[in-house]
Design a protein around this ligand. Structure first.
Ligand code: SF4
Length: 84
């Protein structure tokens, strides 16, 4: 799929497309970046939402952004938050 076409693609189609690109998978990024706390937190949150190295859960970014577990030690550091 041409990247320009992705702007009009349904969200579920985008997620399945992105899942084929390892650079967009936080779990995979962490495997190649084991000394990065940022990569580790991103991977843990993605894992928490059901993502693996082989699978990205559709909508996982929104789920992490809207995470409803403020007692989690990683909550303040979770990725995909909107900037204030
Ligand atoms: S902040 Fe939310 S998504 Fe991230 S690890 Fe904690 S509970 Fe899971």
């Amino acid at each position: 799929m041409n990247p320009c076409d992705q702007q009009d693609a349904p969200r579920s189609e985008l997620d399945s497309t992105i899942s084929l690109r390892p650079e967009h998978n936080p779990v995979v990024r962490n495997l190649g970046n084991s000394k990065s706390l940022r990569a580790a937190v991103d991977a843990q949150c993605a894992h928490c939402m059901g993502c693996t190295a082989e699978h990205l859960e559709p909508g996982f970014r929104d789920e992490i952004r809207d995470c409803s577990a403020p007692a989690c030690p990683l909550w303040n550091f979770r990725p995909y938050q909107r900037s204030a």
